[in-house]
Each structure stands twice: as structure tokens, then as C-alpha cells.
Design a protein around this ligand. Sequence first.
Ligand SMILES: Cc1ncc(COP(=O)(O)O)c(C=O)c1O
Ligand SMILES: [Zn+2]
Length: 430
Amino acid sequence: MSGSRLVCAGCGWEPPAGTMYPFRCARSGSDDVDHVLEHRLGADAVLDRGGDDNPFVRYREGLYAWHAARAHGLGDGAFVDLVRRLDDSIAAVDGHGFRVTPFGRQLALGERTGVELWLKDETGNVAGSHKARHLMGILLFLEVVEQAMKPPLAIASCGNAALAAAVLARAASRALQVFVPPDAEPAVLDRLHTLGATVVACPRAPGERGDPCMRRFHEALAAGALPFCCQGNENGLAIDGGQTLVFEMLASGAPPLDDLVVQVGGGALASACMQAFGRAVERGMLAHAPRVHTVQTQGAAPLRRAWALVRQRAHDNAASADDALGFAAAHRSEFMWPWEEVPHSVASGILDDETYDWLAVLRGMAATGGTPVVVDEPTLRQANELALESTGIGASPTGTASLAGLLQLQRECLIAPGVRVGVLFTGVQR
Ligand SMILES: Cc1ncc(COP(=O)(O)O)c(C=O)c1O
Ligand SMILES: [Zn+2]
């Protein structure tokens, strides 16, 4: 397939030819290796085809779905037609389809924070967040490979990812099961019902560790549903679509960033950003990636915990960060496990009790010189107010958590005055 391959980043497994749904490593769950399928793009793929304001047309060659289409005898023109058809249906459901989202310098916010601040604004994206990007990469793949049989789709989420999944599933006329906690917001549940999703409330069993929604989601997958989610470990193809966000930033004509701050829940967004910069550097589109920093809340910070353990291991063994990360890849449970306390935060969208895409994100931070920061609740609120006052954009506290991360990084003297910093407002305030 034109040098484009799926490979498990943990064990090297590749889906055998003819695998209908190559979403997960076949060995995942069999040992303590961190199994995540990664799309390795062939050297000849043209990342930016230019000339289109639909990112899934412009950056189509970066998608595994595009390469799968070629392998299935579907030409480039037919793939573009498919994107446009789906996008029209999405517009009919949600008011508009995928378009390049705003990326620009924010003078007022820059003045308030003392840096040259650049903002990528996802609040006007499909379903009000960046999440639909991840899912569009998966949906295009399904549309390419499936014929008559279209199994139901499934996701565990009660927020932006669920809404994005419901919009896209509706646009493609597919059944979707959404596994939500019992206290999910009524407004979100109403919208999910309106979009035709089957919503399943998942109470926590007494003493249950881990997320009950994830347990029910896995039961649905075992019964034949397909993972339509924004977590790379469940569906490696989720990462491709998320990368369009960075490609748009690179094509905007903005000068290269020194630092980028990304909010992290399950880690797919940060993983997509890291991989996109990697691809861009490989192709000479950019001299080097910015330092990519990550942000979690005090409510749940399993990524920073894993980072501290990796550094400890490197220190104790006088090993390099790369060696320690290699060890971590083969001993997942020593580095990543569900956060013990039930997490609370005003940034409720990044309270995942595990950072599912942790390893790719740690590798990206190690490679770029980034740091994982943890922000407290007053800082999350301060950033949210500052965002609205300085930009007029009504983003949610999760959406502005990257700005909270910037404030924290400055307090820790990890970002110098005047440098060029990017932040992402990832979701709208509902
Ligand atoms: C608005 C918003 N921003 C950021 C994130 C974090 O993304 P990820 O879970 O891929 O780390 C989420 C969801 O989790 C979200 O809803
Ligand atoms: Zn594997």
C-alpha cells in the first residue's frame, strides 16, 4: 500500500493483508507491552496537497483511509468525492462541515501573558470541538472498506467526543452506542438522543477500579461493535485525523512556534500533534518541532506520574530517556494505571483516569524538550476568564486548559518571556 503501513509501536505486529478492521494490535491484552497501532506514512506521500479549505481533502494523503482506498481500487478523485459527500451530510446534521479553523496571533492575550501568543481555535469545528477530526479519519476508512455489512459503532464518553461521534454517525447513517456515566450532563444526553444515538448509562459497581463506561464499551466491542472513539490504543486510526489540526497551523504562514501547550485527557490529541510535527519535520516542511508541553489537572494526572517514573528509572539506571521509555513500553503497568481517586475538575473533559496514548506523548515530550504540567482549579478558572476577556471566544474550561498550562509553565520558569507560544482552545462552552 504505497509504503503506508500500520505497525504496533509496542511489539512490531502488523495486521495481515486482508484484515478488515485493523484498529488494534492482535497481541494487546496478552502481556504488559503497550500495544498501539501506529500509521507509518510512506516517504512518497504528499502531506499537503494544497488548494482546498476542507482539511480532509487537503491533507488526505496523510490518512490511512486514503491509502486503503487506493488498495481497494478507489482512485484519488473518488476518495475526494467521498470526503465531500460525507462532509455535505455532516453539514446537514451540524450546520457546517470541516473547514480550516482559525489560527492567529492574539495581541491582547499575548500582552496579558507576556509572550507572543498564537491561538488555534477549535470551538467552531464540527460538533464544537477538535474531536470530530479524530473520528473523521476512522469514518473515511470505514466508508472505503465496508460493503453491505455495517456493524454498529461504539464510544465511551459523555462530552465532546460523544457529540462528535453522534454527528458523524448520523451523517453516515450508522448506529452508534454511547456509554456514559450516570451523572452525564442532561443537555449532552438530549443532544445525543436527538442525533439518534443509543445512550447507555454505566454506574460504577461497588469497589470497581477503572472506568465502568470503558468496561461496557469493551463488552460492546466483544459483541461486534466497532471502536468509534478518540483513543489510539482502541483505534489507531483515530490519530491520523487529529493531525490535520497541526497541518493547518503549519500551512497558515505563521512563523514557527517555540512552544506548544496541549491539554491532555486520554492523550490522542497530544499524540496526534507529536506525530504531525514528526511527519512535517521528516518532509522538510519545518526545521524542528516546537517544545510540546502537556497539561493535566490536579484531579487526575496519570501522565505526569508516568513521566516522573520514567525519569526516575533513567536516573536510577544511568540510562538515557530513550532507554527508559523503551523499558516503559514493555512494562506498561509499572508506569500507567488508573488514577486512584475519583477525579473532579472544572476541566471535566480531561479527567480520563488513564492517559491511553501516554507512551507516544511521553516520547514526543522527550524528543521536543516539553514538560508535563499539572494545573490547579483556580488557574483553570483564571485562564478561562482571561480567554474570554482577551479574545471574546467562549471556550470551556477544558478548552482553555492549555492556556492554564501556559500560566503554570511560566510560574515554573519553563517558558521565557517573549517567546512564541501556541495554545489550543479545543472546545466550546455549552
Ligand atoms: C475540549 C477538549 N479538549 C481536549 C481534550 C483532550 O483530548 P485527549 O483526550 O485526546 O487527550 C478533550 C477530550 O478529552 C476535550 O473534550
Ligand atoms: Zn502490539
